[in-house]
Design a protein around this ligand. Structure first.
Ligand SMILES: CC(=O)N[C@H]1[C@@H](OP(=O)(O)OP(=O)(O)OC[C@H]2O[C@@H](n3ccc(=O)[nH]c3=O)[C@H](O)[C@@H]2O)O[C@H](CO)[C@@H](O)[C@@H]1O
Ligand SMILES: C=C(OP(=O)(O)O)C(=O)O
Length: 421
């Protein structure tokens, strides 16, 4: 098994090129299932989750080909299978995103129920309810969601009880090929929703309201894509900015989009960072210890849950005491006990963490439990007084492209090592 060995003490300095967004690329690549023509996607990060997606699309009968490191061609004109099997879904929950497109295109989809994961139960009831409202007949059989519809799905008025990112994406993709108009209320407003909508529109879909809480989708009978460029990864960007802030460094993130990171940038400024931005870059300068900042996660445009763990590490070493409230996932504090093993002062009560800043952390052997928790532990390692080993980094490889290469280029001492499993 692989782990990271991190030797702390060097402020991050220099420039880092941000990759395409995992959470935008996943639904966008799945949307190729709706197109009768081949599409070339660019700015696609070759992350483990993306490779799983390519495997899934290939199993369904699509032809996929990497044309360059970050350029992928998908031809789904030939899909012939409608089943996403458990062995793929269990490694990547986002496989649920084939449900809407397959049902809309083929009138039939079988997708393994994802089950829970380290950060919470994560049900998919809203995906199912929305598709039922569009006329689908859906049952759960032997752990699989089995969905059928004779003819096209029907447009429907759908109110989502809880704001769900992939739920909104699944329904938006299904509605794009439905007969009639679908209105999704209380829709997610994340930038990745806007990116998916733009991709679908480039394929001929009629969608308005992306980025607001009401989406209107007028179904069309056929979609034909040609090319689409995935947006930059706002969470990778935020992670590098926090790493630079914690190490009191000075970095510039290139190929990114500051407008997708407003809540994160404003919290970094509150912590004492100087932030400069251009159209596609963000510079951060931190010349002293961070000030503690309170965080409350909530759907976009509020502070993203995917940045909570990284900010917890910043607060662990900050001046003062911070309250961190996680409102999206019921078990997303798994990094806290690992940070405590490095000397952090954190007390947990339900969905609230009280973090009292300490002067320094000691290195330790710690275990990554999920994607962003792993990032928070790597950041802690970058400033710990003694070496840190972060185990189970297959979590981090799901969402960060060559993170050790990018951190090394900024001056960090981090290496990938083999350890006994
Ligand atoms: C691939 C991807 O884009 N992943 C992101 C997506 O996950 P994902 O789309 O899975 O997260 P959701 O937005 O659906 O989850 C938000 C909340 O809604 C609940 N819920 C969701 C669906 C449902 O049918 N029923 C239900 O109760 C969830 O348990 C959770 O409490 O959004 C999350 C919230 O911003 C991010 O942390 C993930 O990085
Ligand atoms: C939770 C995340 O991803 P996923 O929904 O793929 O588990 C994440 O990107 O932080």
């Amino acid at each position: 098994m692989e782990a990271f060995k991190v030797i702390g003490g060097t402020p991050l300095q220099g420039e880092v090129v941000i990759s395409g967004a995992k959470n935008a690329a996943l639904p966008i690549l799945m949307s190729a299932l709706l197109s009768k023509t081949p599409i070339v996607f660019s700015n696609v990060p070759q992350l483990n989750d993306i490779l799983t997606t390519v495997k899934l699309l290939t199993q369904l009968g699509a032809k996929t080909q990497w044309l360059a490191d970050d350029e992928l061609s998908i031809d789904a004109s030939t899909i012939d299978l409608c089943r996403a099997p458990y062995d793929l879904v269990k490694t990547m929950r986002a496989s649920i995103l084939v449900l809407g497109p397959l049902l809309a295109r083929m009138g039939h989809a079988e997708v393994s129920l994802p089950g829970g994961c380290a950060i919470g139960a994560r049900p998919v009831d809203l995906h199912i309810q929305g598709l039922k409202a569009m006329g689908a007949d859906i049952d759960v059989e032997n752990g699989y969601i089995v969905a059928k519809k004779d003819g096209r799905l029907n447009g429907a008025n759908i109110f989502m009880d809880t704001v769900s990112v992939t739920g909104t994406e699944n329904l938006m993709m299904a509605a794009a090929l439905a007969e009639g108009t679908t209105i999704i209320e209380n829709a997610a407003r994340e930038p990745e929703i806007v990116d998916l909508a733009n991709c679908l529109i480039s394929m001929g879909a009629k969608i308005t309201g992306a980025g607001t809480d009401t989406l209107t989708i007028e179904g069309v009978s056929e979609l034909n894509g040609s090319a689409y460029r995935v947006m930059p990864d706002r969470i990778e960007t935020g992670t590098f900015l926090v790493a630079a802030a914690v190490t009191q460094g000075h970095i510039k993130c290139l190929n990114t989009d500051p407008s997708a990171l407003e809540a994160v940038l404003s919290k970094l400024q509150e912590a004492g960072a100087t932030i400069n931005t251009g159209d596609d870059w963000i510079e951060l300068i931190m010349s002293g210890p961070a000030k503690a900042v309170n965080i409350r996660t909530a759907p976009h445009p509020a502070f993203p849950t995917d940045m909570q763990a990284q900010f917890m590490t910043m607060n662990v070493l900050a001046q003062g005491t911070a309250t961190v409230i996680e409102t999206i996932f019921e078990n997303r504090f798994m990094h806290a006990p690992e940070l405590q093993r490095m000397g952090a002062n954190i007390s947990l009560e339900g969905n609230t963490a009280i973090v009292k800043g300490v002067e320094s952390l000691n290195g330790a052997q710690v275990m990554a439990t999920d994607l962003r928790a792993s990032a928070s532990l790597v950041i802690a390692g970058l400033v710990a007084k003694t070496p840190t080993q972060v185990d189970r980094i297959y979590h981090i490889d799901r969402g960060y492209l060559r993170i050790e290469d990018k951190l090394q280029a900024l001056g960090a001492n981090i290496t990938r090592i083999q350890v006994e499993s």
